[in-house]
Design a protein around this ligand. Structure first.
Ligand code: C2E
Ligand code: MG
Ligand code: MG
Ligand code: MG
Length: 294
């Protein structure tokens, strides 16, 4: 068959396009069943208080253990989940599983009293009025206090502008759940959001930290960003810290917390353990670092 592409010229049907589409719908059908088949899982990435090395939280990151395709990352199926209307179920599964995990860690690990579980909430979910009830219900079922949960909201979820009342913000805040702007510094970043959004924290995107080895040149830039965050009375978590030098620089500049491969990759729950806590608590990034001794 032939059809017209947007430019108006006739294109011959491309069998590669067909197979991509078939793959897409096969994956969609499988994704619908992934939850009940127990194929979703969470990896957890430590969030570290820079001054002390305390593990003050983890971010729950969803993966799909596909029977044939292996471990799929969120970039490979979150959009599809949105398309097929599976995000509400997926989000509820993530919240339930993540909070049940906190419960289990509390019994086996000496967690910092400030420890929070961070869960990503997509734009469509944030705009569902039922989100508030879902969160309240899951917190109660898992017996976790609201202050132990932080919802990470990407900026693209927030750009709709002044319709924030339509979101569950107020209710979630009244419930005592923490709210953070995710990936600040990408896409639609607007400094005015930082001042006006009813959030407590901001996660600074890894693109802001520059490439490893570049820390000295980045210093005034990162210092200015952190001042901005602090002027908005928000706490800062830097994402994408990959080197000791970057960790040392952020600590020196007073950034509260950070997350990145330098501290730990996202890992299965059992790897959040006493060894990891001890290792982070040793604050190796603060030991005789040239950045700090200048
Ligand atoms: P995000 O919320 O910004 O999560 C951080 C992403 O950066 C994760 O990718 C993490 O593995 C990666 N990362 C962490 N440290 C480093 C580092 O030092 N260097 C580099 N290069 N990357 C680092 P991941 O797990 O592939 O997740 C991608 C995105 O998928 C997340 O970005 C989040 O927006 C979304 N996502 C993940 N889980 C969920 C979920 O349960 N629900 C929703 N709605 N979105 C999710
Ligand atoms: Mg996030
Ligand atoms: Mg992020
Ligand atoms: Mg990011």
């Amino acid at each position: 068959s032939a059809k017209r592409d947007p430019s108006g010229s006739v294109v011959v049907f491309n069998p590669v396009m067909l197979s991509v589409r078939q793959m897409h719908s096969a994956l969609a059908a499988e994704l619908r069943q992934a939850i009940e088949r127990n194929q979703l899982l969470l990896h957890h990435q430590p969030i570290v208080e820079l001054a002390t090395g305390a593990l003050i939280g983890v971010e729950a990151l969803v993966r799909w253990q596909h029977p044939l395709r292996g471990l799929l990352m969120p970039d490979e199926f979150i959009e599809l989940a949105e398309e097929i209307g599976a995000m509400t179920d997926l989000t509820a599964w993530v919240l339930r599983t993540a909070l049940a995990q906190v419960h289990q860690w509390r019994e086996t690990l000496e967690l910092d009293p400030r420890f929070t579980m961070r869960v990503n909430i997509s734009a469509t979910q944030l705009q569902r009025p039922e989100l508030l009830d879902d969160v309240r219900h899951i917190l109660a079922t898992e017996d976790i206090s609201a202050s132990a949960l932080v919802l990470e909201l990407t900026e693209s979820a927030l750009v709709a502008g002044n319709e924030w009342d339509a979101y569950s913000f107020t209710g979630l805040r009244q419930l005592g759940v923490g709210l953070a702007v995710d990936d600040f510094g990408t896409g639609y970043s607007s400094i005015s959001y930082l001042r006006t959004l009813p959030v407590d924290a901001v996660k600074l995107d890894r693109s802001l930290i520059g490439s490893p080895g570049d820390s000295a040149a980045q210093r005034p830039f990162i210092a200015a960003i952190l001042q901005l965050v602090s002027a908005c009375k928000l706490t800062a978590t830097f994402e994408g810290v990959e080197t000791r030098e970057q960790a040392a620089l952020l600590t020196d500049l007073g950034c509260e917390s950070a997350q990145g491969y330098y501290f730990s990759r996202p890992v299965p729950a059992e790897q959040i353990n006493a060894d990891l806590l001890a290792q982070l608590g040793g604050t190796p990034w603060l030991v005789s670092d040239p950045v700090l001794s200048r």
